[in-house]
Design a protein around this ligand. Sequence first.
Ligand code: GLU
Length: 273
Amino acid sequence: MKKLVNLFMLMALVAVSTQALAAPPADTLAAIKKSKVLVAGVKDSLPPFGYIDEKTRTIIGYDIDFINAIAAKLGAKVELKPVTSASRMPQLQEGNIDIIAATMTKNAERAKVIDFSHTYFFTGQKFITKKGTVKSLKDLEGKKIGTAKGSTSEQNVKKSIPTSTVLSFDDYPQAFLALQQGKVQAVTTDEAILAGILAKAPNKEQFEIPAVQISDEPYGLGMRKGDKNFVDFVNKTILEMEKSGEAKKIYDKWFGPNTQFHLQRNFKIVADK
Ligand code: GLU
């Protein structure tokens, strides 16, 4: 019996290590057409982009709807894997996920490592603070500011307010908890994420998002560098979604007049590289 248990343990170990060693496919599009599964790295605690629906216990949101649309075009099922800002690029490169749909800004530095789709969401970096404490960037000088590890938010705030002390958490809800506990004086990231956090906060009337913006943040879906067929397919799909009105419908579902956000869509999905 003991030998049998050992054998099973060995088999499990081999299975785990071969999976870890498996190189990502050179042509993800062809691989998904064969496997009929699209594996996406998503956020699971950032409403309305990617968060756990209390009723169904599944991850839903703006990012997920784009993944669902792409998978539907491929006739593939969707598998969602939660990622953090810091883990999403390594997860993609290691082949644990096929695509990143996780509030991710496209920028030149990241584009050296992975490829991005056309922009499918547009926002800018702001702050959440206690009401009435911040009117301009000056009011944040020398302050402790919470954000997420591996994010553009972390980089931008260090540049914009060099005198601040930046505390980086795994994700933004933890940073907001630190603000509620008085351990930081502000939380910084993209306005659309901050609005989602604030909307869910039980004591939201104590906080605000001052009109202080430090960057533009265009979001792209991330794919492996040089995975050309897949990048082309994803770009074609999201351009079609723009044309058919589906992309706007998804925007309105999560941000439009029937939500807490009442946001106007100030962008269109275009072939922007
Ligand atoms: N969009 C920014 C970024 O890609 C901030 C949000 C995030 O950390 O996912 O880093």
